[in-house]
Every structure is written in C-alpha cells, then in structure tokens.
Design a protein around this ligand. Structure first.
Ligand code: GDP
Ligand code: MG
Length: 375
C-alpha cells in the first residue's frame, strides 16, 4: 500500500502543510512533513475539509488515492474569493459638478493603454491608482443608480456625493443621500468647486452634521474630500480615500465562478447589432459565453473595454461592452451564464412565456392588482 504522506496530502487538500500538521498533532500525533498518515485518520481529516478521500484497492495493493472535492458550493466559493475593485457612482445635485468630476478622473487616470487611445463612453470606466483599479459608473445623473435600485440590484459599493461648496446641500443632494443610505452603500462626500469665490466648506460640513453624516474631521465617520473638478485639485486624495474605503469594505468576488453581473446600459449599434455595457460582479466573463438576461440572451461574440479595445476575459468589477445579444437587455437588470447558446435561448423563452402568463392573468383579474404586484 502506498503510504499517505503529510506533505502530499496537504497539497491534495489545498492546505498549508503546517496547518495539517497542527491538526494532526491536536489529535495526539507527532506528525511532520514526511510522516505517514493512517488511512482512517486521513479520511476523517479529508471530511473535515469537505473532501472525500477515495482509496482504491485492487487485489492486495492499494492502487491510488484520489482526493475529490465534495460538492459544497459554499466552501468552494469561500476558497475562491479574491479581492476585487470597488464600483463607485457619483451622485449629487444638478450642476454641482458630477460630469466634470467624472471627466477629470478619467482623463487623469485611465488604465494606461496605447498613447492617444480613444476613450469610449460606455457607461462605466476603470481607472488605476497605485496599481489598483477603481470602476466608475458614468451614466447621466443618477438614473442608472435609481433604476438598479428599483430592481433591487446592488452594483455600487461606494457612492461619492458631490456637493458644491458655494451652494451646499440642495434637494437633489438630499434625495441622492437618501438613495445611497437606503441602498446601504458607503458614502464619501466630495465638496466640489472649492476654487470659486463664495466657497464655504465649513457650511457644507455643518449641513452634513445636521444630516447625521458628520465629516471625519468633525468627529463623524464620513470621509470628506474638498476638490475642484475644474482645477483638478483633490482628485488624487479622493481616489486614495475610495481605495481606503474599499479596503475597509473588504470587497471580494470569486473570479472562477460562472459570470454574472448587471446591465449598465444598452443600445443598438448600426452594423454590430444590440450591444450592452455590463459590469461583471461574479466570475470571469469570456468571449463565447452564453448569457441570459430576462427575456434577452446572448452569445458573447466580442467584448470591448472602456477604451474600445478587444478583450477576451473580464474578471469581477470590470465594465465591458458586449456584442452578440438577441435584443437589447434592460439597464439595471442582472445577467447570468447559461450552459450554452441553446440553453440561454430556452431560458429567455421560458421567461417570455412566464411574463405573458402573468400579464394574461392580470388582465382577467380584478382591477386592484397593482403594477408592483406583477413584478
Ligand atoms: P453636473 O450637472 O453635476 O454634471 O455638473 P457639471 O459637471 O456639468 O458642472 C456644472 C458647471 O459647473 C459647469 O459649468 C462646470 O464647468 C462647473 N464646474 C464643475 N466643477 C467645478 C469646479 O470645481 N469649479 C468651478 N469653478 N466650476 C466647476
Ligand atoms: Mg452632468
């Protein structure tokens, strides 16, 4: 019988040898790297780690030991979690500088490609700061955010609330704040237009205090960064604070899973057909994948990043534009991977039938049925 050696067994289980050794010694052994483990003990240890140990015997001699993973999706998922870039949206009152801030961040920090690369407005982009990526939702107003919220989708990790220093909190600022709080996303306040005459940072901080979101330097917990989108001041600090916040949130995703994520926006491109910008939330999206999104489906024919470059794979938090859709999926909707194109089409068809049935039932039902109940 070939012996089961600590070193090999640890590797088969994906454990650090010292962890296995300490585990064995806790059971009263004296294991070391090269000691052998009794079969019964090995089976028990494997069980503890959600593995099944199969030891095949052929005649007298044990032939081989096979370590096979037991189907425990939760454990598997935990093991494969890796940190991912934060997804950030910028909210605030009209004219307080959301677009200016997004443009400033993009032009200064776009993930380096070829010089003069054309940035495409695909509804989201990624920048790099200190070798780490940050994904920004770049959609007009906070329409996309609201839409995703309405669908219960959760794509944003951090909301940057822009407040103009000369204007302070306005109705849409408060509305955006409410949205962000309801969604449970972390908040960073960017006090913009610090360059203008009449800028009053302290007044904004007073208003924050009145709203129970006091700034850090005022004894509260809200990271607050004075910026000028126009002059490009404070932008680096803002990005650093976003990364700091991301660290605190310990954002993780499993890049090995089948891809799923959210539609940011979609349109029909003359020549290339229906296209959609998505953000991958889990797994790695690849060219050739079959996707289903409600009644829409796709076989990913090609993917493009925010600079229009062809890419083959998109890990978690990456915004990509996909071609190969049957029709344009709805922004804010979630997509998932199907087994193959046929399966994706079947699932979309099933969903279409389900919706028709619900609609038919609603039409023949008493009038009190509200739209909310239908969905
Ligand atoms: P949005 O409606 O929130 O997207 O605001 P915009 O980015 O369109 O900005 C509204 C106006 O404010 C534009 O005229 C900008 O040039 C101006 N603006 C934005 N940021 C600053 C800033 O930091 N300082 C100054 N002085 N003007 C700014
Ligand atoms: Mg704007």
């Amino acid at each position: 019988k070939p012996p089961i050696i600590v070193r090999d067994f640890a590797a088969a289980l994906g454990l650090k040898p010292f962890k296995l050794i300490s585990e064995l010694n806790q059971q009263g052994g004296f294991a070391s790297m090269n000691s052998t483990i009794e079969e019964a003990v090995a089976i028990a240890v494997a069980e503890n780690h959600n593995f099944i140990l199969e030891i095949k015997h052929r005649g007298e001699a044990a032939e081989k030991k096979v370590v096979q993973e037991k189907a425990d999706p939760e454990e598997e998922e935990k093991r494969n979690l890796e940190s991912r870039p934060p997804v950030v949206c910028i909210l605030g009152h009209v004219d307080h500088g959301k677009t200016s801030l997004l443009d400033r961040i993009r032009s200064a920090n776009v993930v380096s490609g070829e010089a003069g690369g054309i940035t495409q407005h695909i509804g989201a982009y990624q920048v790099e700061k200190e070798g780490r990526k940050i994904t920004f939702l770049d959609t007009p107003g906070h329409a996309a955010f609201t839409k995703m919220r309405a669908r219960g989708a959760h794509v944003t990790d951090i909301a940057v609330l822009v407040v103009a220093a000369d204007d302070g909190f306005m109705p849409q600022t408060d509305e955006a704040l409410k949205h962000a709080q309801k969604a449970g996303v972390s908040l960073i306040v960017a006090i913009n237009k610090t360059d203008v005459k009449g800028a009053n940072i302290d007044q904004v901080k007073t208003q924050m205090q009145q709203r129970n979101i006091a700034a850090e330097d005022w004894g509260g917990e809200t990271i607050t960064v004075p910026v000028s989108a126009l002059k490009g001041e404070g932008i680096d600090t803002l990005l650093e604070m976003i990364l700091l916040q991301a660290d605190m949130l310990e954002l993780k995703a499993n890049p090995k899973a089948e891809a799923s994520g959210i539609i940011v926006e979609s349109e029909i491109d003359f020549g290339r057909g229906p296209m959609a910008t998505v953000i991958v939330q889990r797994g790695t999206l690849k060219v050739g994948d079959a996707l289903v999104c409600g009644t829409h489906y796709a076989r990913v024919r090609a993917m493009f990043d925010d600079q229009g470059r062809n890419i083959k794979a998109a890990p978690p938090s990456t915004p990509v534009r996909i071609i190969g859709w049957s029709s344009t999926p709805d922004s804010g909707a979630t997509f998932r991977t199907a087994k193959n194109a046929r399966d994706a089409e079947d699932q979309a068809e099933t969903e279409r039938l389900r919706i028709r049935q619900v609609a038919t039932r609603a039409a023949s039902a008493p009038k009190e049925v509200s739209v909310d109940q239908l969905f």
